[in-house]
Each structure stands twice: as structure tokens, then as C-alpha cells.
Design a protein around this ligand. Structure first.
Ligand SMILES: Cc1cc2nc3c(=O)[nH]c(=O)nc-3n(C[C@H](O)[C@H](O)[C@H](O)COP(=O)(O)O)c2cc1C
Length: 462
């Protein structure tokens, strides 16, 4: 088989993920492997037609494609997403049709599932024969079990490719969006109570849907809100993964992104992301924003802020995007005040929803309301806590200092009293009589402390 590998790592050659592909190559040397560094050369690929055409010619003539990429900010790097945009903008999607394909990533398993679902949808759109995904923890290759699993995956990939078994599609194509929202005139303006509201957007002149939503949102308030279009900021490129920011949160880029982030996003009480969906996801421009935000590493710098989304496009066809929107807010310990999408095309409904969001961000902010994290926030925070305490500590020293200072290393084994009680009671449960009594009372014992609070609480205070 002739296999094209599209390397999504912004690091280019020294990519961890690529070592997984090269490991497969070493064990299956009879195939032809053609490597293309996509993310690290995206600017050149975009400008140089010959280079773009050469990549597309290899894709056209190959039997199979391996998407090899790190997980970046819950999806894949912005540069990789830009490449996918180019494929559609330049009408060359046909080159991918019917090729067998796999998606391989490395990560720390923080929202690798959203990245894979997105890439699966991309493959379905390109009418490829999607065989499966391999989501490795970045260090799996260093373990014999990891290598073994990788080779089993590779075996299945080659067999399935050769059998030409056609896998079912999972994602329905995206029908054209509904750009018909007509905002109502706002008669009574809302007092923002001096809350600092910042709205970040990526719209281009043709994105009229999101512009109408932004107008409606900002018109709600008596005060002027801070609206930032990412195209107006000097951002030289996507995150390169150099991790120099790990020591002290200073980005190696000398452009305006970090200063903008520190001066306009960090002081805000309320952050609204107003996005024009592009292809199968948020635009690569918005993704560049989220990737470049990585100079803050794993510090939840949006903590206690209200966050809302205005989204123009077919969000319901992008189920992974809900996890992205909610998960990015929850792990940050911010509050997801709401998501409004214009997909229905029903102007009254969209209008009322934007009004509600505009009101809600103010009341929630005034009341310092932050709803409890779901699995998306709890699970994500625990991955960061463990890795920053453990193997990532050396690289992410700024994170380590922050987590230590804020008591974020809240491991359960530090709860000595509870550990001692559990130890003693576990010993006692070895006695059959005690065990019987213990399990017969567990239901009532579990709810008793909660019941006590409900019965004895003072309605005027907490
Ligand atoms: C900007 C940036 C964002 C990242 N986002 C995630 C993420 O959302 N989830 C995750 O598990 N790992 C994330 N990582 C870690 C990388 O996925 C991981 O280090 C990967 O192994 C790098 O692969 P590469 O060497 O091929 O680029 C991120 C790393 C960087 C630099």
C-alpha cells in the first residue's frame, strides 16, 4: 500500500506522535510511506501553490491516509484545521474519497475523545473509509504494553485496508446554515452594573449570521461592551508546542497575543465567544486563539468568570462541540452561562435566547454563581492535577507553583482522618456479623448527614 502520513504536530519532525507512526513503519516495512509535515509548514502550504499541489497529488495517488496529530486544546492544532479549511476552499476534497484512513493521536487524554470525534466527522465528510482511531497517552510507546497494543492496532488497520471493508459513516453531512436571523429592536436597555464584558469573535465580512447575533447581544446593554475581532489582532501564528511558556507563562512569540489576553480577557467579569462555525468545527482562527491561550498552561485563569457562547452554524451536527464549549469552561472553574445558536433560523427564539443570555451573565456575575462541575470539569481537572504534580511538573513549573499555592493538589490520600476511619471500618467488615449490620445500614447512613443539614438548616443563612 502507498500510505500518506499527514503530520499535524506543529513541531514538525520532532513529534512524539510521529514516533508511533514510525514504529508501525518499522514493523511493516513492505508498504510505501510518504510523510508530509502539515502544521509546521502551514503558512508555506497556504502560500505556495506548488507545495499544496504536491501534497494533494500524493493524497490523490495513495491508497491510504494516516492522520497523525497531537491533541491540542480539546481538538487538533489550529494549523491542521487550517489545512482542512484549505482543502474545502480549494475544492480538492475529492482526492480523499474512498481512501482507507486511521487517526492517530498522542495526548495526556484530556479531551482526546472530542479530537477524535471531530476527525471522524472530517473523514466522513471527505467520504473516506474510516477504519478507526488510536489515542495514545504520550508515553505509551515507552511501555511494552503500549507497543503491543499499537502493533495490534496496526495489524487490524492493514487487514481492514486490504479487505476494503467499507465502514459505516457516523456523521451526517452539514447542510447549508440558516443565516436568516433578524434581531429585534431593543427598547429597554439593560444595566450591566459595571460588569466588564468582553466579546471575542472571528467573523469575516461575509459571516452575517454571527454579526447579527453580536449586534443583538451588545444592543441589550446601556453600556458599550468590549468587542474584539481576532482578525484585528497581530497574531503571528498558532502555538508551536515549544513549551517555553511552561516556566513562567511567557510565550516565545513576540506578537500582540499575550498582551491582548492579559489586558482584555483576564480583567473581564464576563467573556462571550461569538463564533462563525466553519466546515466541521469552530474556525481555525478561533482555534488559534484557544491554542495560543496555552501560554497560561493549565492555570484556570477564567476562574469565577461568566462565559457564554454565541454560535452561528450547524452546531447540532457537531456533537463534540458541546463538550468543547462546556468542558473548556468547567475545567477553568468558570460558569457556563449559556450557549445560543442561530441554527433554527427562528428569529424570535434566537432573539429571546440572546436576551436571556445577556441578562443571565449579569445576574450570575452579581451573585457569583458558578454551577457545579460535571464529569467534564471534574475529570479534566483531575488529569491536570495528577500530571502537574507528577511527570509534567518539570516542564510546567509555573503550573506547579500555582497549583501548590492554591491548594489544587487535593489528593484524597491527604485526608488522614477519613483514611484512618476507612481503614478501621474495613478491618471490622471482615467480621461477618459486623459486615451484615454495616451493609444493612449503609443506605440510611449515607443520607443521614444530608438529611440533618436539610432538617437543621436556617433558611436565612447557608
Ligand atoms: C497548545 C497545546 C495544547 C494541548 N492541548 C492538549 C489537550 O487538550 N489535551 C491533551 O490531552 N493534551 C494536550 N496537549 C499535549 C499534547 O497533545 C501532547 O504533548 C502530545 O503528545 C504532543 O505530540 P507531538 O509531539 O506529536 O506534537 C497540548 C499541548 C500543547 C502544546
Amino acid at each position: 500500500m502507498k500510505i500518506v502520513i499527514l503530520n499535524g504536530s506543529p513541531k514538525g519532525e520532532p513529534s512524539v506522535t510521529m514516533q508511533y507512526v514510525k514504529f508501525i513503519q518499522k514493523h511493516y516495512p513492505d508498504h510505501e510511506y510518504l510523510f508530509h509535515n502539515i502544521s509546521s509548514r502551514i503558512k508555506k502550504i497556504e502560500k505556495d501553490d506548488d507545495l499544496f499541489d504536491a501534497i494533494m497529488a500524493d493524497i490523490e495517488s495513495c491508497d491510504s491516509i494516516i492522520w497523525s496529530t497531537p491533541v491540542y486544546t480539546l481538538f487538533v492544532p489550529a494549523q491542521y484545521m487550517r489545512f482542512l479549511e484549505l482543502v474545502h476552499e480549494r475544492n480538492v476534497a475529492q482526492a480523499f474519497k474512498n481512501k482507507s484512513t486511521i487517526v492517530m493521536t498522542t495526548s495526556i487524554h484530556f479531551y482526546d475523545h472530542t479530537a477524535h470525534r471531530y476527525m471522524h466527522a472530517v473523514c466522513d465528510d471527505l467520504e473516506m473509509n474510516y477504519i478507526g482511531y488510536f489515542s495514545a497517552e504520550m508515553d505509551d510507546l515507552r511501555k511494552s504494553r503500549g507497543r503491543e497494543t499499537l502493533l495490534k492496532f496496526a495489524k487490524n488497520y492493514f487487514e481492514a485496508s486490504e479487505q476494503k471493508f467499507h465502514h459505516q459513516k457516523r456523521y451526517q453531512p452539514i447542510a447549508p446554515g440558516n443565516d436568516t436571523f433578524e434581531p429585534a429592536v431593543v427598547s429597554k436597555k439593560l444595566d450591566a452594573h459595571h460588569k466588564k464584558i468582553v466579546l471575542v469573535t472571528d467573523h469575516k465580512p461575509q459571516d452575517t449570521g454571527i454579526q447579527a447575533m453580536i449586534r443583538r447581544f451588545s444592543d441589550t446593554y446601556a453600556e458599550t461592551i468590549d468587542i474584539i475581532n481576532l482578525w484585528d489582532i497581530n497574531i503571528q501564528g498558532g502555538c508551536t508546542g515549544c513549551i517555553k511558556c511552561g516556566y513562567d507563562n511567557n510565550c516565545m512569540y513576540k506578537d500582540d497575543f499575550s498582551a491582548f489576553y492579559r489586558s482584555r480577557i483576564l480583567p473581564a467579569d464576563i467573556v462571550i465567544f461569538a463564533m462563525a462555525l466553519t466546515g466541521r468545527n469552530i474556525s481555525s482562527k478561533f482555534k488559534e486563539y484557544f491554542d495560543r491561550r496555552f501560554f497560561m498552561n493549565h492555570v484556570p485563569e477564567l476562574k469565577d468568570k461568566q462565559v457564554g457562547y454565541l454560535i452561528s452554524g450547524r452546531m447540532s451536527r457537531m456533537p463534540y462541540l458541546y463538550d468543547f464549549c462546556q468542558g473548556s469552561v468547567e475545567w477553568q472553574q468558570a460558569n457556563l452561562a449559556g450557549i445560543v445558536c442561530d441554527e433554527s433560523g427562528d428569529s424570535d427564539e434566537i432573539d429571546a435566547s440572546i436576551q436571556k443570555l445577556a441578562e443571565q451573565v449579569i445576574t450570575f456575575s452579581e451573585n457569583a454563581y458558578c454551577q457545579p462541575q460535571t464529569f467534564l470539569g471534574v475529570g479534566g481537572s483531575k488529569i491536570f492535577r495528577d500530571d502537574i504534580w507528577g511527570k509534567l511538573r518539570l516542564v510546567f513549573q509555573a503550573d506547579y507553583r500555582y497549583y501548590k499555592k492554591t491548594g489544587s493538589f487535593n489528593f484524597p490520600h491527604k485526608r488522614y482522618k477519613s483514611r484512618l476511619t476507612i481503614f478501621v471500618v474495613m478491618l471490622l467488615t471482615k467480621i461477618p456479623g459486623f459486615r451484615k449490620e454495616f451493609y444493612s445500614r449503609i443506605k440510611t447512613e449515607m443520607y443521614k448527614p444530608h438529611k440533618n443539614i436539610v432538617e437543621n438548616c436556617d433558611v436565612k443563612s447557608i
